[in-house]
Design a protein around this ligand. Structure first.
Ligand code: NAD
Length: 424
């Protein structure tokens, strides 16, 4: 069955996984064999080896990549990751997944990803800036608002984007804010971008809850990873939908209070002490208790590979909303589906981030900026429609939501390719 193999991340070579996913869905929906072959190859890959002057006057050579997976639906979109374990195959897989994510939420983008093999925590601020600017100038020939628009990913942030925007603008001779998203508001960033991932996740939970037999008002919620995505989802579920946050965690540990906790107070405690641990009135629990808690809704918002063949059977939540990328392994998907746990896959549940990145780009190229209410209203519209599209395919084809989301996405990309045809 197709649903048995689907995930977005696994311990195996991630690009092999990404290609298998295309095969599974192509079999399910009957994609033309030639189109299927194209969908299993990145369109364009650039490897750059570049020198950086270190603070002590020596030079070091770093290796970076930018992979543009598919441009059939529009310019490529995808983050830049700084990590010592970056590989070309990882970047290829992440670029493929960005292609599907943009297509699931039907924004007019293809997918890309970039990476530099580096441990940025070992660089000074100045070294990080020089590395970023040189990498940006090396990939400048293939990025741009009409071609490929990077964004932050692991160990890159709005400062990194500001440096890339400035470097690219220096090469061009004029300001080009639309070359990257996730910028500071002062440089053409969008209102609402910071909380978009958690907000989008809260919207799809609201839409899916009735199908999972849950009333969000009063429903119990456990959040693994009370960071950007997780804390925003928790606050919105609490503020706007009346859910009860009973468990939360970060790298230091987890907290539990069956009576429910105010996520704003948890956030204030985390800001003061550096962790959710020690939150007044809560008892301390471990990672397993966070994941396996008897709750209605589980929001994995920390890391990949958290729900596996080993613990999937112990998951008691009725709804799992993947704010994180790749938290569920393929074996676990099968078990959860058999247990009738509704999973909202990452390509849908955390796509609010890339959706508001799209809004940021649209605002930049028009030079016309929207108020927060407008951003959130448009985000809600996209998430509601995307959930409906995925749910429809899941019902029609009797597959779980991950396979359905991939089917929606791959069909859209294949349709665009077919209509454009092959040059010459
Ligand atoms: P973040 O660093 O703000 O938050 C991550 C949180 O997870 C932190 O509180 C950290 O302490 C916690 N954490 C890390 N390891 C943990 C562990 N083993 N157990 C429990 N908690 C742990 O990062 P973020 O931006 O919120 O990203 C979280 C996930 O969401 C990632 O998978 C990321 O790829 C995904 N995501 C984020 C965005 C976005 O816009 N922020 C968009 C799409 C996907």
């Amino acid at each position: 069955m197709p649903h048995q193999e689907m995930t977005t991340e696994s311990a195996a070579n991630p690009f092999e996984t990404a290609k298998q996913q295309v095969d599974i869905v192509a079999d399910l929906i009957g994609i033309d064999p030639g189109v299927r072959e194209v969908l299993k190859h990145p369109k364009r890959e650039l490897t750059v080896n570049f020198p950086v002057r270190m603070d002590d006057g020596t030079y070091r050579v770093f290796t970076g990549y930018r992979v543009q997976y598919n441009m059939a639906r529009g310019p490529c979109k995808g983050g830049i990751r700084y990590h010592p374990n970056v590989t070309l195959d990882e970047v290829r897989a992440l670029a493929a997944w960005m292609t599907w994510k943009c297509a699931v939420v039907n924004i007019p983008y293809g997918g890309a990803k970039g990476g530099v093999i580096v441990d940025p925590k070992k660089l000074s601020h100045g070294e990080n800036e020089r590395l970023t600017r040189r990498y940006a100038s090396e990939i400048a020939p293939i990025i741009g608002p009409e071609m490929d628009i990077p964004a932050p990913d692991v160990y890159t942030d709005s400062q990194t984007m500001a440096w890339i925007m400035d470097t690219y603008s220096a090469v061009k001779g004029y300001s080009v804010p639309g070359v990257v998203t996730g910028k500071p508001i002062s440089l053409g960033g969008s209102e609402g971008r910071g909380e978009a991932t958690g907000r989008g996740c809260a919207y799809v939970i609201r839409e899916a809850a009735p199908h999972a037999g849950i009333k969000v008002k009063g429903a119990t919620v456990s959040v693994q990873g009370f960071g950007n995505a997780g804390s925003v989802a928790a606050k919105l579920l609490y503020d706007e939908q009346g859910a009860k946050i009973v468990a939360a965690s970060d790298t230091k540990g987890g907290i539990w209070n069956a009576a429910g906790m105010n996520p704003h107070a948890i956030e204030a405690h985390k800001q003061k002490t550096g962790s959710v641990v020690g939150f007044p009135g809560a008892k301390q629990v471990g990672n397993d208790e966070i994941l396996e808690a008897k709750v209605d809704i589980l929001v994995p918002a920390a890391l990949e590979n958290q729900i596996t063949g080993r613990n999937a059977d112990k998951i008691q939540a009725k709804l799992v909303a993947e704010a994180a990328n790749g938290p569920t392994l393929p074996a676990a998907d099968t078990i959860l589906y058999q247990k009738k746990v509704t999973v909202l896959p990452d390509v849908l549940a955390n796509a609010g981030g890339v959706t508001v990145s799209y809004f940021e780009w649209a605002q930049d190229i028009q030079g016309f900026f929207w108020p927060l209410e407008e951003v959130n209203k448009r985000l809600e519209h996209v998430m509601v429609q995307s959930y409906a599209d995925v749910h429809k395919v899941a019902q029609e084809r009797h597959v779980h939501n991950r396979t359905a989301a991939y089917a929606v996405a791959i069909q859209r990309v294949a349709d665009a390719m077919k209509m454009r045809g092959i040059y010459p």
